[in-house]
Design a protein around this ligand. Structure first.
Ligand code: ADP
Length: 222
């Protein structure tokens, strides 16, 4: 399988001298197209910082991130933003739905902002896959937590990214709902051929992945 996402000697440091924090410290990882990888490690070990750089949300102190064979350092901030909109889907612990928009409108919002046409049949298929059929017109505040996170997942998938990056996507859900949502995220990423990278504390979720990357003090230890 082809490598879609790769870091080369990646470092992200915050602060300086005695306050220097090596949040990500010489990380070399490769993620292949279609793979499901979890990133685990204690709180403060650098997982979110790493994910932000994988997702072109932040730039490294040194080292490189390569996405589909291209070095992100070569892109301007505007081009980084375009890559985020087109190539990468994000799912965060907070669902970040727009409260004044219904489920359908929330899902298609980023596609519209990107100036693209909505693939209506594709979005309908995603709604069905995620068990949200019949919820299109619901407002977010009428949904359960699990339904809200499934809507956020649908929004991430609908823009047809090649990679989905999720930071503790089940952190706000009870464990049963979290496991269900995670199973649906895994199923849909596979169905639509998307590479999936998930930060998690949850051992059950780590078990679902093809591979787990363990981070300790900014370094990959396993
Ligand atoms: P994790 O996601 O594993 O909990 P983070 O990537 O959030 O870890 O943080 C790694 C380290 O970097 C922590 O020590 C954290 O305090 C520090 N850190 C993260 N973001 C910043 C920032 N913007 N400014 C300063 N320190 C930061």
């Amino acid at each position: 399988m082809d490598v879609i996402l790769e870091t080369k000697d990646l470092c992200k440091y915050y602060g300086e001298s005695e306050n220097l924090v090596r949040a990500v410290d010489h990380v070399d990882i490769q993620i292949r197209q279609g793979e499901f990888v979890t990133i685990v490690g204690k709180s403060g070990s650098g997982k979110s910082t790493l994910l932000h750089m994988l997702g072109a949300l932040d730039r490294p102190t040194s080292g490189q991130v390569w996405l589909a064979g291209r070095n992100l350092a070569d892109f301007s901030d505007d081009n980084m933003a375009r890559i985020r909109r087109r190539r990468i889907g994000f799912v965060f612990q907070a669902f970040n739905l727009v409260p004044s928009l219904n489920v359908w409108e929330n899902i298609v919002l980023p596609i519209g902002l990107d100036g693209r046409a909505v693939d209506v049949d594709f979005v309908k298929d995603i709604l069905k896959t995620l068990g949200l059929e019949g919820k299109s017109r619901n407002m977010p505040n009428t949904l359960s937590g699990g339904q809200q996170q499934r809507t956020a997942i649908a929004r991430a998938i609908a823009a047809k990214p090649s990679i989905i990056l999720a930071d503790e996507p089940t952190g706000n859900l009870d464990s049963k709902t979290g496991d269900e949502v995670m199973a649906l995220l895994k199923f849909s990423a596979r169905k639509y051929g998307q590479t999936l990278v998930v930060i998690t504390h949850n051992e059950d979720i780590a078990q679902m992945a093809d591979r787990t990357i363990v981070i300790e003090d900014g370094k990959v230890v396993d």
